[in-house]
Design a protein around this ligand. Structure first.
Ligand SMILES: [Zn+2]
Length: 366
């Protein structure tokens, strides 16, 4: 998270709908404001990050600083209900700040004009004209971006990828998200499908993947993969899995997050599992380096919280598998710097720099 200057102010929002709503104060900020504080400053944007479980929205300044943030649970999978929540959150934030632009990041494939979500894995969007719907509700222009693109953009502009001409961003969560910022622009390929790195086939005839193929990278190097490996150990009553078994004795599910926590606390078996996932990570990054030759990989998502326990084995495996190793510069592998707010920071920033988004095929977009 960027360190915020003293000029930060916070907005206390009203929960119009009476539903769960949480105002989050950025670290180092001054909580306890007596009510909405109207900022006269220019250049503020609202960024919205639509996730499968929660929708987060924030007011972001031109330096990527989060001035206020609100969150609500994602209301089921009904597109209209999701639009209603987004509209409410944007209006809440707009009541206290002079907003110049609104940007929305959503999981899913976008059409070439960044207007329609063609398909979203976690939400029931199929050819959903999300941008037009939100513009009608809000009465203002809205920009739409893929959520992984938005997070990568934020890291490039304000985080671990600053100054990098060819950046590849990897998000390790349930699966593996990917995005690229190349020469100062988000790169999404000819059909908007680039960045699906999690589905590179890394083990022929390997584990089945939700995508329909077998042996996809995310079956070996994601948070889900880490949790599954630990559950296998626990189910086998492996002597080394004592800490995992004990930690789950009260019904706590064995997830990648739990194993990461145990690894950070020093449990040897959990560290070995994280190390193994790190090696799979490094192997896949070496493949990506062979194809894309980035200068920096930024690794984010929940699993990246394991820090060097994950990244050191990744760097090792990367070096051992890199094409042309010893005769080429190797990409840096760096932890993401902005945390979970990267998506809304990037969505907000892209809303003021729409030409940095992927352009429709055939146009120069510049
Ligand atoms: Zn797959």
């Amino acid at each position: 998270m960027n360190s915020g200057p003293v000029r930060r102010r916070f907005l206390r929002t009203q929960d119009e709908a009476g539903k769960e709503s949480r105002l989050v104060f950025p670290p180092g900020g001054r909580a306890g404001g007596a009510g909405p504080v109207r900022r006269a400053g220019r250049g503020l944007s609202v960024g919205v990050d639509i996730g499968g479980t929660k929708i987060a929205a924030g007011v972001i300044d031109g330096h990527g600083t989060v001035l206020a943030e609100v969150r609500r649970p994602t209301p089921g999978h009904d597109p209209r209900a999701v639009e209603t929540v987004i509209t409410q959150l944007v209006r809440e934030l707009s009541a206290g700040y002079r907003i110049r632009s609104v940007g929305v990041g959503a999981a899913g494939w976008m059409d070439p004009t960044n207007s329609t979500v063609l398909f979203s894995p976690h939400l029931a969007w199929r050819n959903e004209p999300l941008r037009r719907s939100l513009e009608q509700r809000l009465g203002r222009h809205v920009s739409l971006a893929n959520d992984a693109d938005a997070a990568a953009w934020a890291e490039w502009r304000f985080g671990a990828g600053r100054g990098e001409s060819r950046l590849v961003s990897i998000t390790l969560g349930t699966g593996i998200g990917g995005a690229m910022v190349m020469d100062g622009r988000v790169e999404r390929g000819r059909h908007g499908m680039a960045g699906e790195f999690g589905h590179q086939i890394i083990v022929p005839q390997g584990r089945s993947c939700e995508c329909g193929n077998r042996g996809c990278w995310e079956q070996y190097a994601s948070g889900n993969a880490l949790g599954r490996k630990a559950r296998d150990l626990a189910a086998a009553r492996s002597p080394g899995a004592r800490a995992v078994i004990d930690a789950s004795a009260d019904g706590t599910p064995i997830t990648g997050a739990l194993v990461t926590e145990l690894a950070l606390a020093g449990d040897a078996a959990s560290r070995a599992l994280v190390d193994d996932v790190g090696q799979w990570l490094g192997l896949g990054l070496a493949n990506l380096a062979a194809a894309l030759d980035p200068g920096t990989f930024v690794i984010g998502g929940g699993l990246s919280g394991a820090g060097d326990l994950l990244l050191e084995p990744a760097r090792r495996a990367f070096g051992e598998n890199l094409t042309g190793r010893g005769f080429r510069p190797a990409a840096r592998i760096e932890p993401a710097a902005l945390g979970p707010a990267a998506g809304l920071i990037g969505a907000a920033d892209l809303s003021r720099l729409p030409r940095r988004l992927p352009a429709p095929p055939g146009s120069t977009g510049r």
